[in-house]
Design a protein around this ligand. Sequence first.
Ligand SMILES: Cc1ncc(COP(=O)(O)O)c(C=O)c1O
Length: 393
Amino acid sequence: MNQRELFLRHVAQTSAAPLALEISRARGCSIFDVNGKEYIDLIGGISVANTGHGHPAVIDAIKKQLDDYLHVMVYGEIVQSPQVRYARLLADHLPAGLHSVYFTNSGAEAVEGAMKLAKRYTGRTRIIAAKNSYHGSTQGALSILGDEYWRNAFRPLLPGIVHIDYNKYDWLDQIDTTTACVLLETVQAEGGILAPDKAWLQAVRQRCTETGALLILDEIQAGFGRTGKLWGFEHFDVVPDVLLLGKALGGGMPLGAFISNRKIMMTLTENPVLGHITTFGGHPVSCAAGHAALKVLLDEDLTQQVAQKEQLFRSLLHHPKIKEIRSFGLWMAVAFDSFETNKKIIDRLLEAGVFTDWFLFASTCFRICPPLTISEKEIETACSQISKVLETC
Ligand SMILES: Cc1ncc(COP(=O)(O)O)c(C=O)c1O
């Protein structure tokens, strides 16, 4: 059997027709298949490879950590310098109220930890989430996911969850003194890049403050420069009580985090002690890689280039078949009339050497979410291929 056949037989599948592209290498904004064909990566691992694939500084940091030590002890018991260094760097670039970092293995685990934290800190159980939100595939994260089709098969899920309309004022009074937290994506990703009104997000913040509910913002896709600022919430002059990070956080290695202040975070240390523990969360190699990637992001000023690159994409993407382009930084949803049209375009783009996909709750849109290091030339090449494909579809 060849690799593809072995993949289909032995690696558990998530859909009946996986892409099954056989990758041999990835560098910068390119991935290469086993036949040496190059693809411009417009997905970046879905907002993971913000500093590009295989950045030398990230690879060096990983190699150095491999030489020092791998896993030594569960999270939180001993001082591991890669964790400490990275938590400190994150805190240095976050508002003062976000200075205590709990590292996890994944985004979904950060969501789980934050929901537990909110229950523990407030003594309440009601959680408000938004329709069209995606927060991960574990049971808790699935309970707050904002689409019944994806949730229903896995019931019973967590009780006490209220799903509200994102960006609508009507339901603000749902946030009351029984609410443990409001958990939202700062910008909804899988809904097809849906940004909130600044005034609305500020009203949510205010209502949380008034009622004592924690505002938890999920920036697992939005963080690390994707939106044109280091953190998405900076666009809205709002600071969450808890911030969720993942994806680009690990610089290509598995890592998630929920971040709050020390007072809130300390509730996980008592009654019961060890209120949230993990064997591999904050793995030293992941923290070393993430630390190096954030340094690259800051040192190379990648966030500053995002708006210009976004505009370049927008200026080059014009075609009658495109119904709408929604973007928030280097993060775009290009909409067509149907899923069938979109799927055909995505397949043809792959043949033409451009790698993209669609969104969970916006299947008529394809995704543009490349490494922030993408060059103008790569943007021009990708857009030229997109235009050619649109002519033939
Ligand atoms: C906004 C958002 N939150 C949470 C998650 C879950 O992260 P993970 O897949 O690392 O569990 C994702 C993953 O796509 C996401 O996009």
